[in-house]
Design a binder for this molecule. Structure first.
Ligand SMILES: Cc1cc2nc3c(=O)[nH]c(=O)nc-3n(C[C@H](O)[C@H](O)[C@H](O)COP(=O)(O)OP(=O)(O)OC[C@H]3O[C@@H](n4cnc5c(N)ncnc54)[C@H](O)[C@@H]3O)c2cc1C
Length: 121
């Protein structure tokens, strides 16, 4: 292990590990630190694995742009490193009238955010 690092990335969730991986492509000594004993033990561990959460994000927001960009990047990246992706979709269930009334808005948001496969069933 080197005694001096060029970059120290603090936090080994999905964001920190991705940043460290990109930096590792350069001539840099990179350390990835986490307070927990393993990587991905924070919020990343709780992820539902919905790859495009476009029904949720506010159209035009930074989140909306990053969700769409991340979706495209992951679809390109996953096969190159053997990450299996099964496009099985997801069901957003309305449990009451109020939630049922918001389904149309969610479907419209998905389209506005660039996801065109969402439909009401
Ligand atoms: C229940 C749930 C479901 C979700 N489902 C989805 C989904 O389906 N699709 C989706 O796109 N997103 C989903 N998300 C959001 C997504 O999981 C988060 O946006 C993402 O995991 C955040 O990653 P992160 O690397 O920024 O944070 P984290 O994964 O929280 O990583 C931060 C790391 O920093 C470490 N840390 C913090 N402070 C310090 C310190 N001082 N020193 C050292 N280490 C430190 C923590 O231990 C942790 O490992 C979901 C979130 C939740 C909670």
């Amino acid at each position: 292990m080197p005694e001096v690092y060029d970059v120290v990335v603090i936090g080994a969730g999905v964001v920190g590990t991705a940043v460290a991986r990109l930096l590792s492509h350069h001539h840099l000594e990179v350390a990835l630190l986490d307070a927990a004993p393993d990587i991905g033990a924070g919020t990343s561990k709780a992820n539902t694995a919905i790859l495009h959460t476009g029904f949720d994000a506010t159209p035009g927001s930074l989140e909306s742009r990053l969700v769409a960009r991340g979706y495209a990047l992951l679809n390109d990246y996953a096969p190159t490193v053997g990450i299996a992706i099964e496009p099985i979709g997801a069901l957003l269930v309305a449990w009451d009238d109020e939630q049922a009334a918001s389904l149309n808005t969610s479907a419209e948001k998905a389209v506005a955010n660039g996801y065109r496969s969402a439909s009401l069933i």
